[in-house]
Design a protein around this ligand. Structure first.
Ligand SMILES: Nc1nc2c(ncn2[C@@H]2O[C@H](COP(=O)(O)OP(=O)(O)OP(=O)(O)O)[C@@H](O)[C@H]2O)c(=O)[nH]1
Ligand SMILES: [Mg+2]
Length: 199
């Protein structure tokens, strides 16, 4: 049997942890186009282009991991991995002002609700954040998601940590089961039951 290939896009701002997450969970040595930053972005290396990694999910299922920069000027890279996505992970960096505009642009581009695309928002760099501050940020993100009719889990993640990173993948797994279930229901019943993702 042909192995099934699924694609997970990981999008986020500079330093959010995209490369780190892919390094943590990929089974193959990630293909990352890292270069010394020409501007002061608070770290030495930045990804120019795409990160790529891969993970086996089951006997016949492989998951391709695509790390994509969050700025709109890179939307041609977003376009490259848009079709047939299994999931979209948006990484938001705690401790920096939330870039609402960038989040809106991403949601407008991928249209998770319209495309039945499972979405998870991971808040990185949050290991020292208080629960209260995390809640405040999560509420702001949730408000934006709701403007796009999207309900999705918003959860802290530490991309350096394998357990924390794998929890995100499990979330996608259960969300994609929900989507398949709701699609099957629509097929069977011939109408939209409104069964969607929930966080
Ligand atoms: N403390 C802490 N460090 C993190 C976390 N996530 C990532 N880092 C670190 O932050 C730095 C930047 O992470 P990267 O993975 O390079 O970020 P990126 O999203 O790939 O950034 P660009 O390629 O520049 O867009 C690395 O040193 C990571 O190890 C986190 O949750 N907590
Ligand atoms: Mg990177």
């Amino acid at each position: 049997m042909e192995p099934i290939y699924k694609k997970l896009a990981i999008v986020g701002e500079v330093g959010a942890g995209k490369t780190e997450l892919i390094k943590t969970i990929s089974e193959i040595s990630p293909f990352a186009t890292e270069e010394r930053s020409s501007e002061d972005i608070g770290k030495e290396f930045t990804t120019v282009g795409i990160d790529y990694g891969r993970l086996t999910l089951g006997e016949d299922v492989a998951l391709g991991l695509y790390g994509l920069p969050g700025q709109k000027r890179f939307s041609m890279l977003w376009e490259m991995v848009k079709s047939g996505l299994w999931g979209l992970l948006i990484l938001v960096k705690y401790g920096e002002e939330l870039n609402e505009e960038a989040l809106n642009i991403l949601l407008d581009f991928y249209k998770p609700e319209e495309n039945d695309l499972p979405l998870v928002v991971g808040i990185s760099h949050s290991e020292n954040a208080s629960e209260e501050d995390l809640d405040t940020l999560a509420n702001r993100i949730e408000r934006i998601l709701l403007e796009h009719q999207v309900f999705s889990p918003i959860t802290p993640v530490d991309p350096r940590n394998i357990e924390s990173s794998l929890i995100l993948l499990e979330l996608f797994y259960s969300l994609s089961q929900n989507v398949e279930f709701s699609n099957a229901q629509e097929d069977c019943l011939g109408f939209d039951q409104g069964v969607g993702m929930n966080g």
